[in-house]
Design a protein around this ligand. Structure first.
Ligand code: CDT
Length: 333
């Protein structure tokens, strides 16, 4: 998606999303992924003190497919028979905020899975530098508490593929899906949690600043162009590397371009294969359908050979990963 501005109307943005869905439908899409906080601007870059404005960026309660702000997208998905996954800011019943995405199954006519972003980047308080790009996710959201829970997407696989059962485990062939959100894609831990559930497709929406020296930090100063090039490189690096290491496809969808007239977000939406190749990629930073037809059988060779976890993993050697958060360096000789 191209940018959504602080003063864009929800109706306007929703219409753009429905148009994208219709355009994907003409290409024969069965599943469409929308970005992180797709319905609004990426508001955590702003320090928002007016509660009313802050509330306007959140969806309240648990019924996204029933809320007037979002329902028309789900209705269209059902009509077109397309599954969708979409990111939004969630205000839970207990008042807590989460950066969330859901998976809506058209054949089931309902949301069948929900994920809350685990890795919240940035700071709670804005930087002192008034020109800095802020990322106040720790202010507005709680870290996700639903884990990295894979799920099956029913009735998605075309008949011919379904016969082959697109999974290493004997199953009914319904693909195994996982969701993550933006910064999560940079953390191998989440990918591996999905890999250990046999994931076949990882979906990841994002809003990634092209130039934010206070957030990214680089050893040598970079121009805005170099910084953006690097940010796209790192985005693809993690999508390709982690898809390969977990023998799964991945689909990533950016909100891109100049949001709020000032904040540059990278593009680079892409679909990567279990061998780590980019098979489709955005050409613009505007609303655009990035499309690929994928064969889940391509996940098998990695899962059965190089990355056959059951045969090759050595969990007795990995204990720091789940026991330790920060770095403990070895002592000097
Ligand atoms: N939205 C989001 O998570 N963006 C982050 C920026 C990180 S700034 C340190 C990202 O990882 O792309």
């Amino acid at each position: 998606m191209g940018p959504v501005h602080r003063d864009s109307t929800r109706q306007d943005t929703l219409s753009r999303m429905i148009k994208l869905l219709q355009s994907a439908s003409t290409r024969g899409a069965q599943l469409v992924l929308f970005p992180e906080t797709a319905f609004t601007t990426f508001f955590p870059r702003h320090l928002i003190s007016a509660q009313e404005e802050l509330d306007s960026f959140f969806e309240h309660g648990d019924d996204l497919a029933g809320s007037p702000n979002t329902k028309p997208l789900f209705d269209e998905a059902k009509k077109l028979g397309i599954d969708i996954s979409v990111g939004f800011a969630e205000r839970a019943a207990d008042g807590k905020g989460y950066n969330t995405s859901v998976y809506y199954s058209a054949s089931q006519g309902k949301v069948i899975a929900k994920y809350r972003k685990v890795h919240l980047p940035g700071t709670k308080e804005p930087f002192e530098n008034p020109d800095a790009v802020n990322q106040l996710e720790k202010r507005y959201f709680e870290p996700g508490n639903l884990g990295f829970k894979a799920f099956r997407a029913p009735d998605l696989v075309l008949g011919a593929q379904k016969k082959g059962a697109g999974s290493v485990q004997p199953g009914n062939g319904d693909p195994i899906m996982g969701m993550m959100i933006c910064n999560d894609r940079r953390w191998a831990e989440g990918w591996r949690c999905y890999g250990l559930q046999g994931v076949e497709v990882v979906l990841c929406g994002y809003n990634t600043a092209g130039f934010a020296p206070d957030l990214w930090g680089t050893r040598t100063p970079m121009t805005q162009e170099q910084a953006e090039e690097d940010a796209v490189f790192h985005h693809k690096l993690v999508m390709q590397g982690n898809s390969y290491m977990n023998s799964c496809f991945s689909v990533s969808a950016a909100k891109a371009g100049l949001e709020d007239g000032k904040y540059d977000l990278i593009g680079g939406s892409c679909i990567t294969s279990p061998e780590g190749h980019v098979v489709a990629e955005a050409q613009t930073k505007d609303d655009e359908v990035v499309f690929a037809e994928i064969d889940l059988e391509d996940c098998r060779q990695g899962k059965e050979k190089t990355f056959d976890f059951d045969r090759h993993r050595r969990i007795d050697q990995y204990s720091p990963i789940a026991l330790q958060t920060g770095v403990i360096e070895p002592e000097l000789l």
